[in-house]
Write a protein that binds this ligand. Sequence first.
Ligand code: COA
Ligand code: ZN
Length: 304
Amino acid sequence: MSDLPASISLREVGPRDGLQNEAPVPTEAKVELIDALSKTGVRRIEAVSFVHPRAIPQMADADEVWRRIARNDDVRYSALVPNLKGAQRALEAGFAEIEVVVSASDTHNRRNVNRGTDESLDDIAALIEVAHDAGRTVQVIVSTAWGCPYEGDVPVERVVAVAGRAVRDGADGISFGDTTGMATPGRVARVVGEFRSRHADVPLNLHFHNTRGTGLANVLTALELGVSDFDASVGGLGGCPYAPGATGNVASEELVHMVEDMGVATGVDLDALIDAAATAERIVGRTLPSQVLRAGPRTRTVTP
Ligand code: COA
Ligand code: ZN
């Protein structure tokens, strides 16, 4: 355990990845949630996505959400986009950081964004140029990096090749997404190891879903490999469109709770984050899966 990073950077994705997989909530509620998260000490928030409103009605009010939140200068807000058109919307809205998503599995990419992986990669190359010309950064998210709900396992070679193409085209960073919770620690080590052996200096972020309960184990494995950028969603908000009733992302407060106790700094105030998780639970009106939200921090005591 001696080699863990001294600190990590958590990206809170509950307002986007979480809420897009929940029943739609009012704009006001999204603003309330992002504002609560902006006060927790978390330094990165994926606030919205600019996608077709027919594809994801939950994000139809992205512009309004972004206009109404109380922006904290210490927080880097980002927007997820599926294509150049989405990036243009994000640039117009004033986002400094864009995430563009492409699936390593061709079938998933077609179902998600209506085109093959190679076509998306061509679009992304153009998108990166446009964003860089405007002085903004682009992280390329390679989703289905540990498996696809249509194709099953996706070869590591394929995943790393898709990321490699994006790197050559100028991506400022790569994120590997475990879209449907198919990663386990050994598979995390293989993907991270293969990527690092070819692109040692490219910033790497990881995004795990806890669909099958391996989320924090995957985070720990990645930490031991020196990865220090992770996504998580407050309360474990979200679900999985391919598995009704399944759990969403790794819960932010569970991640913070675990790594802080191991001496890895996050900058996040755990109590404030747990309060934000309670807010998220109230907003979506259902019990969220986070166990730290239920039990509180490990140091919580009860009167004998
Ligand atoms: N936001 C809003 N509108 C968009 C758009 C975007 N990012 N991208 C394209 N459009 C519009 C086009 O302008 C065009 O409008 P028009 O008919 O008025 O001319 C129309 O959508 C069709 O454009 P096209 O490029 O053919 O898009 P498509 O129908 O093939 O849909 C996506 C592709 C990417 C827009 C759509 O599949 C999508 O939004 N997917 C998002 C999936 C997602 O968010 N998944 C979860 C996150 S990983
Ligand atoms: Zn996700």
